[in-house]
Structure formats: structure tokens, C-alpha cells
Design a protein around this ligand. Structure first.
Ligand code: KG4
Ligand code: ZN
Length: 332
């Protein structure tokens, strides 16, 4: 079987073709970073318009690199939500049209579940139960999976996502968009102990996150120390802030491990490209000790391979895969 996956939930237009044994025949990701960079963040209206302009090319290119035509595709998979509603609708409508004209199944995919699935693309034998930390620009959550496809969200951010906090501080400091990778590069030369940050703790025993407090603390330090690109301790400040975000993420993960006693750990989402976070997560795994799985960087940021991969799992477990043309996108 050949599955064509489509992902347009945010600012990447992506299509990928996979076989039902998870062989990747092609993967195309067209980023809109340059379009949103002048605004320091994603402009939803520009994102959906760019998806419309790119989607045909991206899907055609994914087919041509896989040396296939639409008639060879056995099933379609598409991100249904959560994400930007206008962006989601472009991919969903396109996939519906293809599935309808070729009379093939259409598998709706949850974006957060697809991020978690990205860890299984390169590792099929992950022991359950699994605790997965998903850290991206729009989401920061912990999922518990007792078995394949049983996604239970046990904690989520109550305000900003971790990537969003990095992007907002970067924007405030007039760094390029997206801020996460820019901060990582500059922070590599800094001392993370130079600026103290208090790590937020939920008082109600929940595994939820909060990053707005860290963001406010960062803004206060920026004002107090007059931090800017020319400040001699600029790299130290960024290293300290990045380290605080990582500590906040891992504090909840450690607590969740104690409560839920998993057999393996996953780190996924765009911020999982960050080497300092990857290393800290692996160290946590060694200390517990539990095996850790982190996807290759290209599968951390938004991509259609993870969408098609989750569809392969669903097709294997679900007997009935009808074509439901009334499917709608959901923003959250
Ligand atoms: O998963 P993703 O592509 O989109 C969402 O679903 O949100 O994640 C994008 C986020 C952005 O906030 C970006 O700054 C962050 O991932 N990011 C990074 C790095 N690469 C991307 N954050 C820290 N370090 C990186 N190397
Ligand atoms: Zn994402």
C-alpha cells in the first residue's frame, strides 16, 4: 500500500509518500519562515494564502520524487487539527478532493498525536507504557500511551507553549524568526548559570506547564540589565533563559515518570531539535534509568511523514476506513 500524507496545520506545507511498512518514498517540506520573519511571528492570513499557493506543487513533487502518480495512491492522510483553522482547511480540502476523485480512504490525523508518532518512524520497538513530552511552537504537553494509538494527555501548558516563549523573547530582543534555533546558536557561547530564573511549579499536583511566568521574568531581567544584542552578557542571558525553559520541561517530566512509571520516554515537536534539550532529556533517561527516543531533527518540526506514519498505524488497527466528506478541521 502507498499512503500520501498532507500537513498544513501551521506554516509548513508538507506532503510525503510512505508504504504500509513505513518506508519513506518521498518527503517534501516547504517552509514559510521567510514570509513570516518580517513580522516576528506567524500571520495566519498569510499562512493560509501561502498554503493555497504551494499545495499543488508540494503534492506533485512528493509524487514525482516517489516515482508515482495519483492513481498509485491507496489512501490519503491529512492533519485535521489542532492548528490555524485557515491553514488546516487548505490541506483538508485538498486531501478530501483527491480521496473523493480517486475513491480512496481519507484518514484524519491529530497533529499532536502525529508529533508523538514521529518517534516510531525510526524506532518500531518502543516498550509501552510510554511517556511522551511534546514541545513545539503551539503546544507543550505530556502524553501517556499504554499501547499503540492510546493517546492520553496528562499535562499541557496553561498559557504559552515553550517554543512560543522562546520565539517571543527572541522577537523582543530583535532576533530573527523563528527564535528557538537562533537562541540555541547564541546560547551555545553563553553561561547558563549567569542569570537566575525560578522554575514554575503547579500547586495543585497537576502535570500542567506554565511559561508566561518565565517570559515575564525574562522581560524584567532584560529591562533591569538593559540587555540587548550588544550587551557583554547577551549570550549568558540567552543561555540562562533557554536553560530555564529546559529545566521547567524536565521538572514536569520527572514528576510524571514517578507517578505513571513508564517503560520508555519520547521527546518530540519542533523544540526537540534543540541540542541542549536533547542532551538534558537523554541524561534524565540515563538517571531514571529508562530508554529515550528522540526523532531525527527533520521529523521534529512539522512534516507530513509523521502524518502518513500515524495513518499507517490506524489503517492496520481500524477495519473500517470510510471516506467521510463531512470531516471538518478543528483549531484546538
Ligand atoms: O513543531 P513545530 O514545527 O510547529 C508547531 O507545531 O508549533 O515547532 C516550531 C517551534 C518554534 O517555536 C521554533 O522556535 C522551535 O520549534 N524550534 C526550536 C529549534 N528549532 C525549532 N527551538 C529551540 N531550538 C531549536 N533548535
Ligand atoms: Zn507541530
Amino acid at each position: 500500500m502507498k499512503i500520501l500524507g498532507i500537513e498544513t496545520s501551521c506554516d509548513e506545507t508538507s506532503a510525503a509518500v510512505l508504504t504500509d511498512s513505513l518506508e519513506i518514498l518521498s518527503s517534501i517540506v516547504l517552509s514559510q519562515d521567510e514570509i513570516h520573519a518580517p513580522y516576528g511571528g506567524i500571520v495566519p492570513e498569510l499562512a493560509s494564502r501561502q498554503h493555497i499557493a504551494s499545495i499543488t506543487y508540494v503534492v506533485e513533487e512528493s509524487l514525482s520524487r516517489a516515482r508515482l502518480s495519483l492513481a498509485d495512491i491507496d489512501a490519503y492522510a491529512v492533519t485535521q487539527g489542532p492548528g490555524l483553522i485557515g491553514s488546516l482547511l487548505v490541506g483538508l480540502s485538498f486531501a478530501k478532493g483527491l480521496a473523493y476523485s480517486f475513491d480512496k480512504p481519507l484518514i484524519p490525523i491529530d497533529h499532536l498525536e502525529a508529533h508523538v508518532e514521529s518517534a516510531f518512524i525510526e524506532n518500531e520497538d518502543i516498550a509501552f507504557p510510554v511517556l511522551a513530552l511534546l514541545v513545539s511552537g503551539g503546544h507543550t504537553s505530556i502524553f501517556l500511551l499504554d499501547t499503540k494509538l492510546s493517546f492520553h494527555e496528562i499535562g499541557r501548558t496553561r498559557d504559552d507553549a515553550a517554543g512560543e516563549a522562546l520565539d517571543k523573547i527572541a522577537k523582543f530582543l530583535e532576533l530573527d524568526y523563528p527564535g528557538g534555533p537562533v537562541i540555541e546558536k547564541l546560547a551555545a557561547k553563553g553561561d547558563p548559570k549567569e542569570f537566575p530564573f525560578a522554575i514554575p511549579h503547579m500547586t495543585d499536583g497537576s502535570m500542567d506547564f506554565s511559561f508566561s511566568g518565565l517570559k515575564t521574568a525574562a522581560l524584567r531581567l532584560i529591562r533591569e540589565h538593559d540587555i540587548s544584542k550588544n550587551h557583554p552578557k547577551f549570550a549568558d542571558f540567552l543561555a540562562s533563559f533557554q536553560q530555564a525553559v529546559i529545566r521547567a520541561l524536565l521538572a514536569n517530566m520527572s514528576q510524571s515518570i514517578k507517578v505513571y512509571r513508564p517503560r520508555s520516554l519520547i521527546l518530540c515537536g519542533g523544540v526537540a531539535r534543540n541540542d541542549a534539550l536533547r542532551e538534558a532529556f537523554q541524561k534524565l533517561g540515563r538517571n531514571v534509568p529508562l530508554p529515550t527516543y528522540i526523532p531525527s531533527p527533520e521529523f521534529c518540526t512539522d512534516n507530513a511523514v509523521m502524518v502518513a506514519a500515524l495513518a499507517v498505524e490506524k489503517l492496520a488497527h481500524q477495519k473500517d476506513t470510510p471516506l467521510d466528506l463531512s470531516l471538518n478541521a478543528y483549531p484546538r
